[in-house]
Ligand binder design. Sequence first.
Ligand SMILES: Cc1cc2nc3c(=O)[nH]c(=O)nc-3n(C[C@H](O)[C@H](O)[C@H](O)COP(=O)(O)OP(=O)(O)OC[C@H]3O[C@@H](n4cnc5c(N)ncnc54)[C@H](O)[C@@H]3O)c2cc1C
Length: 405
Amino acid sequence: MSTNRQASLRLTFLIIGGGLSGLSCAYALRDAGHDVVIIEQNSGRTRTEGSATSEPVGFMKFHDQIMSDLQAEFLIIQHEDLRQHLISLCLISGVVFKYGMAIKIIKLADGGITVALEDGSVMRGDIVVGADGHNSFVRAFVIEEETEPEHIVPGASIAISTKLMQKHEELRSLCEENQFTIWMGNGSSITGVLDNTGETFNLGICSPTALDFAVDGDWYETHDLSHLLPFDTSGYDPRLKKLIQLGHTCHPTIHKVFEQADVVGMDGTVALVGDAAHSILMHGSHNSSMAIEDAVTLSTLFSHLTDRKQIPIFLDTYEELRHARTKATQKSEYQSLLQISLPRGEAQAARDQALGLTLSTAFDDFENCESSELLVQAWEQYLILFSHDAAEEVDNWWSKWNFTV
Ligand SMILES: Cc1cc2nc3c(=O)[nH]c(=O)nc-3n(C[C@H](O)[C@H](O)[C@H](O)COP(=O)(O)OP(=O)(O)OC[C@H]3O[C@@H](n4cnc5c(N)ncnc54)[C@H](O)[C@@H]3O)c2cc1C
């Protein structure tokens, strides 16, 4: 995330939300030479459970050569560990934190912007970054009218102690192997992943079928397993049913998939990042990496700042560079969910045949593999998704246009 370059004009960024997008933005903007304050409504002391995956390939077998061709650095880490790591980086670099404080109102002020907090205090900055998650409060200041969601996806993440799993013979192999398992349900997708410490196994469940009684829980609160009611688990693999029974925490979510809208507003003083900016599927494989990419794009642009006149240009460019990328990722993630959760029938049989091929075919070189076109097609969509480099995108833009700004 480091740009190794400091802007010669220093701005103050007020970042609303201290999740992965807020923290990454704060660290990266500070590293680019700006003053940064994070305003987080939570106390900052709560530890949570759940995994954050970054750029895993999902149900395909991870051929070494393909992973290297995809440049798919694969990181599986507890969400809380990544959050704590980013908090440390922010503290070391001099980011200021204001915990336990939700914002009430955002207003344009002469030459800047102000944010009124719950306790009546007012903070002033140059740019507000809305990093306040999928139910964003800041988004209303950027998008005049929210459109109806295109899809609604109930989901839940469940954490299971591997100590408990070890007591069940049929679950032991899941605790030993470093793998990303996907159970293709009849109407739902379930991913299973062992965290980097080997102490917790995390299940992520999603269903593209909207159900009235699904619950949108708070990530900072632990819920009991009754919140899994929206999912018909009766047809699940017995190992999966056992895993769910052993779960000790559950975080239910309702994910609303919106058409990608504007992410910059209020006369170019407010920018959205992470889940506030786009609706990349939760419990999927790109929600966390997209948040970090947003931070890299924004901070790399603002590391070039020499004049206030560049602010609207950089924000427009941030919006433009991120729009196509997030739209394509959102579509790809949703399409994957539909494929994984196909109901029984012809389409499901065709999918299974294609997957069987990717699992059984062994080859060393992606370019020269003697596999069918189907296999290459299957990997090509991942190649586009994984080979993206957010900092490089900005560098290319800058080398082309810097003489004009
Ligand atoms: C504690 C936690 C655990 C998570 N675990 C998982 C998981 O296991 N699997 C998964 O797929 N996704 C998980 N997520 C969601 C995942 O982090 C996001 O989808 C993705 O990383 C983008 O993050 P974000 O920072 O944009 O949003 P979020 O991670 O949702 O962070 C938003 C932050 O903004 C704060 N906030 C909201 N409103 C205000 C306000 N008005 N004023 C100030 N602060 C505000 C919230 O308290 C939160 O800390 C989790 C999120 C959190 C917060």
